[in-house]
Each structure stands twice: as C-alpha cells, then as structure tokens.
Design a protein around this ligand. Structure first.
Ligand code: ADP
Ligand code: MG
Length: 233
C-alpha cells in the first residue's frame, strides 16, 4: 500500500534550516492499523502531511499503491488525494457554515457525483457513525465527539484506500477519545488501512503496530504484541 525509503525533509529557518525527517523508511501493508508516535515536534505531522500529499519531501522515495509520488502538480496531487486518501484532523476541519450532511457530501462533489447520489451516500455514512438525526445541524451545534464522527464520515465518504489521522483524539475528553478509537478500530476490522499520529501512549496501544519517531528517524517499529511483551519484561 505504502513504501517510503530514505525520506528527508527540512524546513528553512532564516539562513539555516531545520532537518526534521532524516531518512525515514516505512512500509505499510493493506489492512494495517499503524500509530506514529513521538514527542511534540518530532516530525509526526510533517511525515503524515507528506504521506497525504499536502507537503513534499526533499529527497527519498514514496510509492503509494504502486504510484511513485514525486513532483506532482497541485492538480494531480488533488486527484490522487481524492482517489486514495481520507483525512481526519485533531481540530475536525469541518466547514462551519455547512450542515453535517453537507460536510460529508463535499468530497463526493469533487468526485463529480450528482446531488441526489451525494446526499444518499453522505446520509449512509452519517448513519454509520450514528449521526443520522443530526444531519441538518451545523458543527457548532454538535459536541466535539460528534464533530469528529462527522469528520470520520466525511473521510470515508469517497471510500479511500488509506485513512490518515493526525491526533484524532487530541481535542476531545478521554471518554470521547475511547469512543473515537473504538470506531477507528471497527473501520480497521472492516478492512480499512489506517495510519494515525498520536503522542498518547494509551491511544497508540489501541493500534496494531507502533512506529516511534525520534530525532528525525524511526527509533522503533513493532507490532503491538512485541511492544507489550517488551514492557512486561
Ligand atoms: P509533531 O507533529 O511531531 O509535533 P511537526 O511535524 O509538526 O511535529 O514539526 C516538526 C518540527 O518542524 C517542529 O520543530 C516544528 O516547529 C517544525 N515545523 C513544522 N512545520 C513547519 C513549517 N511549515 N515551517 C518551519 N518549521 C516547521
Ligand atoms: Mg503534529
């Protein structure tokens, strides 16, 4: 599904630069649920944004579902994003003047689907996250957890091959965090490939594999059974 080799990324800072990713190697297979962990500023979002084609690496190779991702025009990147990826963000990133249903329907508009089909499909996904009764409500009328579920429905509307989540539980209380994680786990059980960033141990432990980012490299990459076994030594 995803193959990253020797990826580097620096940000220019005045006359010098900040080398954030220093040779990342990562491969993810279809059906996996992977957490990218690391302290604040370790480059988790930078890596996820490159994977999501929201940003570009300086060097290295990135292959997504057999397609080399390099020097894409904005148009092509948008096309690939629409075709392959769903995004969930910490701050939901919903459009505040659109209803829950309209937010979920938006990616389908970009896929060229007609209005009736968009509404039906969006409603199907809202039902799936348990929010059918809230379809006509605006984001400000919903709780944080409900808004994140709308965002999840939106991310799934276009049936992406890969779901990318950056701190999806970062803006909600811990009870709601677990509800959101239950939901994300359920999606993975249904076969969706999921890559999520978190700095919280207990959230990462709900994934099947944990990749630990430190000082620009992957310090550790282990399946959850290995992680648990190591912690109990
Ligand atoms: P994380 O998500 O792990 O907290 P980030 O990937 O957001 O880390 O950031 C990694 C480092 O790169 C941080 O030191 C951050 O300040 C810096 N950084 C992130 N984005 C930019 C940018 N657009 N320009 C300059 N520096 C940035
Ligand atoms: Mg971040």
């Amino acid at each position: 599904m995803l193959e990253i080799t020797n990826l580097h990324k620096s940000y220019p800072i005045g006359d010098s630069s900040l080398h954030v990713l220093k040779g990342i190697n990562l491969s993810v297979k279809e059906g996996e649920m992977v957490a990218i962990m690391g302290s604040s500023g370790s480059g988790k979002s930078t890596l996820l944004n490159i994977i999501g084609m929201l940003d570009e690496a300086d060097s290295g190779s990135y292959i997504l579902d057999g397609l080399p991702i390099k020097n894409l025009t904005e148009k092509k990147a948008a096309l690939y994003r629409n075709k392959f990826l769903g995004f969930i963000f910490q701050s939901f990133n919903l459009i505040n003047y659109k209803s829950a249903l309209e937010n979920v329907a938006l990616p389908l508009y970009y896929q060229g689907m007609n209005r009736k089909e968009r509404q039906e499909k969006a409603m199907f996904h809202l039902e799936k996250v348990g929010l059918a009764d809230w379809a006509t409500h605006l984001p400000k009328e919903l709780s944080g957890g409900q808004n994140q579920r709308v965002a999840i429905a939106r991310a799934l509307a276009a049936n992406p091959k890969l779901l990318l989540a950056d701190e999806p539980t970062g803006a909600v209380d811990s009870k709601t965090s677990y509800e959101i994680m239950d939901f994300i786990q359920q999606l993975n059980d249904e076969g969706k490939t999921i890559l999520m960033v978190t700095h919280e141990d207990d959230i990462a432990h709900m994934c099947k594999r944990i990749v630990n980012l430190k000082d620009g490299v992957i310090l550790e990459d282990a399946v959850i059974e290995q992680v648990r076994a190591k912690q109990h030594v």
